[in-house]
Structure formats: structure tokens, C-alpha cells
Write a protein that binds this ligand. Structure first.
Ligand code: 57M
Length: 358
């Protein structure tokens, strides 16, 4: 809105030309989302308390009993700050922006329903696994079907290090993109088990994807770095930056010891959105690198469950996802969290280096 209101004034006052620049608006989108989330944070947390939207922690999870009663569904805080900032700073005539909003809100609604059933309605299981999966496929499917019809977007697959090979997946691309989005949504959800553990790497991945998206939307930079050029996608940099700001604002309250958890309304929407952002800039295969921490957490569960079934009851890890293994080894929670953030930063650097390595 700010863009639409102020940029036209550039014909009278040249200073307003500044609102044309994606980089300028990205910085302010980040700051706006950060300030909104820090301002509304205490109010939302009190509101969640008053509604008794508190996390129930099973008695057998001994190490987390001190967290009993912490409010959850803090993803609502991220959503309010992020969407307000995007609507203020992005060019809302850009179709990619609306697709991103659709994915963010769509996956968030699935998470909201799940949380609502679990926490508010005290329905033990929330949505069934099948219903959750179907809903994710539906939201993701609509987004990808709309995306591949946008002019300039292709169903080609780009590889990180092999810059000359771009096979066209045709309709199979829809299935592949769905796998990326649903997988990413569930991976962030699995990671969300310690204070700040999911939001820290989410911020890092969103910031890294902001760089990839800016390049993909820039004719000269994309050509120079030999990555796919997606006309119009550069505007999504504003969306990514706003997500970084809202994430930092949430981390303010979710940092150890957490005053609020994000809930599925946060984890599913953030994960699905990160997957979609990687699809937008044709960096689907870089996502497992930059989001390697989420991959590691998911792999630990797959290995644990498979080994448990194969051996009839033996475990590889003391408990999966892997952050619980380290907790049971006696490493303090805050140390595990910060070390996972460090790993995430290293992975982001590795992902960015793929721009130059060929
Ligand atoms: C999300 N949710 C947290 C909070 C958060 C298949 C299996 C591996 C599934 C997995 C699972 O249920 N994952 C779903 C994990 C929960 O957090 C809530 O859930 C939201 C995200 N969906 O926003 O609302 C608990 O996590 C802790 N937490 C924090 N700080 C935060 O900022 O401390 C969350 C956010 C919270 C809080 O304690 O209550 C969760 O873990 O339940 N299941 C597991 O992760 C379980 N693992 C397990 O059973 N492993 C088995 C097999 C199945 C692989 C094994 O290793 O043998 C663990 N869950 C818990 N404790 N709670 C076991 C230990």
C-alpha cells in the first residue's frame, strides 16, 4: 500500500522514487514486521493465556515439564506482523506475492485447525494425519497449478552445480513441487521441539532465499550467475524480508526460556512457505542444503522409526527427532539450540556458494 500510495508521487517529488526499489522496500518490510511483532507480542501472549491456549506436555516427557502451560499458537503473531508488512510494502499487483500469501495463509489455516482441535477443543490428536496431508496437498496443488501457468515460469528443473542441464519435468513437476512443499512443511513442524529451534533456521533460510529470489528476478544478475530468470519474481524479496522481520520478532518471545510456542499454525505455514519460495526461484534442489537442519531432523525420525521396526524395538538415537537425543545426552537446551543455529548459518553459506560453483 505504501508503494502504491507514495511511488506515484515521484513525478512531483523525485525523493519518492526510492519506493520503486525492491531493496529499499525489503529493508523497511523487515523492520516493520519486526516492530509490529515486538509491539503486539505481549498482547497476543496475554490473549492466548486468557483463552487458555496452553501447551499440554505429556507426563512421560520429563525434561519438558517446566514448560507445562506455555501458551502456543504464537504463529498468529508471526502471521499478523508478516501479512501487515507485506501488504504495506510489496507491490500488491504482483501475482507471485498473492501466491505466496495464499500458501502462507493456506498452510497456516491447516495448522490453525490442528491447534484449535488439540489445544482449544482438547481433542487429543488434532487433525488426523490423513486429513492434514490431504489439506496440504490441496493447498500446495492449487498454488503450483496456478504458478506453472504464469508467463515466464517453467517446469524445468535446475541443478545447483550443473548449470547446463535443465530437464523439463512437464506435469511431473507439479508432483515434485508438492513433495517439496509438503515435505518442507512437515520438516519444520518436526524441528519445532525446543525454544527457538524452528524459527532460528527459518529466519536463516528465508534470508538466504531472499538473495536467490532477488537474483532470479534480475535479468542481468541471473544471466551473470547462470541461474533461472523468472520475470517479476524479484518482488517476492519484500515478502522474504518481511518473513525474516516477523520471525525475529517472534524469536524475541520464543527465545529460551520461551514465553510462547508457534504451534502448528506457525510451523506448517512457515515450512510450506519456505518450500514454495524455493520453487519460485527454481532452487528446489538448493533447499535441502540451506534447510539441511530440517532435513537432518526429519532423517533422524525416518532412521529411528525404520530401525525400530526392523529390529523389533531397538533405537539408533535415545530419542528422535535428533534434538531430543542431545537433550537426553545431558546437553543443555540452550546450547543445542545455538549449535543448531550455527550449523544452519554454515549451511546457508554453502547454499550461497552454489551460485558461484559450477
Ligand atoms: C511437533 N511438537 C512438540 C508446540 C509447537 C513421528 C514423531 C517423531 C512425531 C513427533 C511430533 O509429534 N512432532 C510434532 C513436535 C511440542 O511442541 C508443540 O508443537 C508445535 C509444533 N507442531 O509449536 O506447540 C513440544 O515441543 C516443545 N517445544 C519447545 N519449544 C518450542 O518453541 O520446547 C516446542 C516449541 C512442546 C514443548 O515441549 O510441548 C513435541 O515434541 O511434541 N514426536 C516427537 O517429537 C516425540 N518423539 C518421539 O516420540 N520419538 C520416538 C519415535 C516416534 C521416533 C522415538 O524416538 O522413539 C517427542 N515429543 C515430545 N517429547 N514432546 C518425544 C519427546
Amino acid at each position: 500500500m505504501i508503494y502504491h500510495l507514495l511511488y506515484p508521487l515521484a513525478s512531483i517529488f523525485s525523493i519518492f522514487n526510492i519506493f520503486r526499489y525492491i531493496t529499499f522496500r525489503s529493508i523497511y518490510a523487515m523492520l516493520t514486521a519486526l516492530m509490529i511483532s515486538i509491539y503486539i507480542g505481549p498482547r497476543i501472549i496475554n490473549f492466548l493465556y486468557s483463552l487458555k491456549v496452553k501447551q499440554y506436555i505429556q507426563e512421560d516427557v520429563v525434561i519438558h515439564q517446566k514448560k507445562q502451560g506455555t501458551p502456543t499458537m504464537g504463529g498468529i503473531l508471526i502471521a499478523i506482523a508478516h501479512l501487515t508488512s507485506v501488504l504495506l510494502w510489496a507491490d500488491i499487483t504482483n501475482k507471485y506475492i498473492w501466491l505466496c500469501i495464499f500458501v502462507f495463509v493456506g498452510f497456516g489455516t491447516i495448522g490453525f485447525l490442528d491447534d484449535y482441535l488439540k489445544v482449544v477443543k482438547r481433542h487429543n490428536m488434532g487433525l488426523t494425519k490423513g486429513a492434514k496431508f490431504l489439506a496440504q496437498v490441496l493447498v500446495g496443488g492449487v498454488a503450483v497449478a496456478l504458478l506453472i501457468h504464469l508467463p515466464g515460469y517453467s517446469s524445468k528443473l535446475y541443478f545447483p552445480f550443473i548449470k547446463w542441464f535443465h530437464p523439463d519435468l512437464g506435469w511431473f513437476y507439479v508432483i515434485f513441487a508438492l513433495f517439496v512443499m509438503v515435505g518442507s512443511s512437515n520438516a519444520v513442524n518436526l524441528t519445532d521441539g525446543l525454544d527457538g529451534l524452528a524459527i532460528g533456521p527459518t529466519i536463516i533460510v528465508a534470508a538466504t532465499l531472499a538473495i536467490f529470489i532477488y537474483i532470479a528476478g534480475h535479468v542481468k544478475l541471473s544471466q551473470y550467475l547462470q541461474v533461472a530468470y523468472v520475470p517479476g519474481v524479484g518482488e517476492v524479496t519484500v515478502f522474504c524480508s518481511s518473513l525474516v522481520g516477523a520471525g525475529l520478532g517472534f524469536l524475541w518471545f520464543n527465545a529460551y526460556p520461551a514465553q510462547v510456542f508457534m504451534g502448528d499454525v506457525g510451523s506448517l505455514s512457515l515450512g510450506g512457505t519456505l518450500g514454495f519460495l524455493a520453487i519460485l526461484c527454481k532452487q528446489e534442489l538448493v533447499l535441502p542444503i540451506v534447510g539441511g537442519l530440517f532435513v537432518l531432523e526429519t532423517l533422524s525420525v525416518i532412521i529411528q522409526v525404520a530401525y525400530f521396526r526392523y529390529t523389533g524395538g531397538k533405537r539408533v538415537f535415545k530419542m528422535a527427532p535428533i534434538h531430543h537425543h542431545f537433550e537426553l545426552e545431558g546437553i543443555p537446551e540452550s546450547k543445542i539450540i545455538v549449535r543448531f543455529w550455527i550449523l544452519s548459518i554454515l549451511l546457508a553459506m554453502l547454499a550461497l556458494s552454489t551460485l558461484k560453483l559450477r
